[in-house]
Design a protein around this ligand. Structure first.
Ligand code: ADP
Length: 392
């Protein structure tokens, strides 16, 4: 059975097609600059990458071209071979604790939740509508980034603000990267061959979050109402003293939108280093003796360590810490710095084993009190799996 996994942004559309249940990737790609000049798409097939410059006036056009590619490359014989299409949704609010079929009622709810994710939810709906128009017979499903975090207890998801704000204005912790945290925690449990585990899952990419997972269920996560909470990220500040916001709005005469841009796009690694939001540039800067790159890296690592320590206490110990996403999978130095700072908890790094990128590997020594793993994430596969399950 062929299932498409789709991630639609406001001007992009990423896709991956799977043969299920074999979980084999048949083709993948990305449409970029949709509705803009210089639009193009790239597909990956049989280890080859092909780029085509084409006009993409909207997401529907992207879907039409996607289907043409599937047929021309003999991935499918006809549209009817595409059994299901799973769409990634950033914000599911308190309504969705699992993936569901994209009924009109569900789409309406996703639309309502756009106030909490104004850039992402409307774009995802555009993707669903385009898929419905081009592949009407496929089952459309939605997979939420927030769903895995819906098991977080009230004392962890509420903010100490007026109590009614949660019910009246939906002000609470929703978290993000849930599909990734779920994937790596399931994979970790498989490796440990147990379900009754205490895991700390670290999704450290340009966006970054850490979750505490008890017996397969999330009990806390570092992102909040929005992704700009918790860790220091590429361009996001993460946790700060909230009063800085009204204070600096006054000082610089900034609008809410302007201060939001500073905190989301001009802070984090970029804001501190003044060089780049990309951890590779920060690492290069450190090698060249750039002090602000070093400072940015120290702050970045400190915050990760803080959250791991917090969740260690909250979980009452920890069986395994898992690193994933761009930095977690690839940055040997960030992993090393984090693990060395955790030595007090009995964490012991195996330097040789840590010298890897992008593959499943245990990177702690055999006598480490906590096992530490790198597990590459696979959100697209999770979307395909959930869609496959919903077809039954
Ligand atoms: P997102 O999906 O949030 O945009 P990613 O998970 O792709 O982000 O992570 C992007 C980050 O991963 C960047 O900071 C990038 O520098 C980092 N990264 C990717 N490859 C490497 C590498 N080989 N070494 C160090 N960092 C890397």
């Amino acid at each position: 059975m062929k299932i498409l996994s789709v991630n639609a942004g406001s001007s992009s559309l990423k896709f991956q097609m799977y043969e299920m249940p074999a979980e084999e990737v048949l083709i993948s790609g990305v449409f970029e600059r949709i509705g803009m000049e210089g639009s193009l798409y790239t597909i990956k097939l049989n280890g080859e990458k092909i780029e085509k410059k084409v006009e993409l006036k909207d997401h529907k056009r992207a879907f039409e071209l996607l289907v043409e590619e599937l047929i021309n490359n003999k991935i499918v014989d006809s549209l009817d071979d595409i059994a299901g299409i799973g769409h990634r949704i950033v914000q599911g609010g308190s309504y969705f604790d699992k993936s569901v079929v994209a009924s009109e009622e569900v789409i309406e709810k996703i639309n309502e939740l756009s106030t909490l994710a104004p850039l992402h939810n409307p774009a995802a709906i555009t993707g669903i509508r385009a898929a419905q128009a081009v592949v009407p017979n496929a089952l459309q499903t939605v997979v939420f980034d927030t769903a895995f975090h819906q098991t977080i207890p009230e004392e962890n998801y509420l903010y100490a603000l007026p109590y009614e704000w949660a019910s009246k204005y939906q002000i609470r912790r929703y978290g993000a990267h849930g599909t990734s945290h779920k994937y790596i925690s399931q994979k970790m449990n498989e490796i440990l061959d147990r379900e009754d585990t205490k895991l700390i899952t670290c999704h450290i990419g340009n966006g970054a979050s850490i979750s505490a997972v008890l017996n397969g269920k999330c009990i806390n996560t570092s992102m909040g109402l929005t992704p700009n909470a918790g860790l220091i990220m590429g361009t996001r500040c993460g946790d700060i003293d909230a009063t800085i916001i009204p204070y600096m709005m006054q000082q610089l005469n900034l609008s809410p939108k302007e201060i939001d841009t500073v905190m989301n796009k001009e802070s984090g690694l970029l804001g501190i280093s003044g060089v780049s939001s990309d951890s590779r540039d920060i690492e290069a800067g450190i090698k060249e003796g750039n002090k602000r790159c070093l400072l940015a890296e120290k702050m970045f690592v400190r915050r990760i360590v803080d959250y791991i320590a917090k969740y260690y206490v909250e979980l009452g110990g920890c069986d395994a810490i898992v690193f994933t996403a761009g930095i977690g999978e690839n940055s040997i130095s960030v992993r090393k710095d984090v693990m060395e700072a955790l030595e007090v908890l009995g964490v012991k790094l195996d330097d040789e084993k840590n010298n890897i990128r992008g593959k499943v590997q245990k990177i702690s020594t055999s006598d480490s009190a906590i096992k530490v793993y790198v597990i590459p994430t696979d959100e697209e596969l999770m979307i395909a799996r959930d869609t496959f399950e919903l077809m039954k």
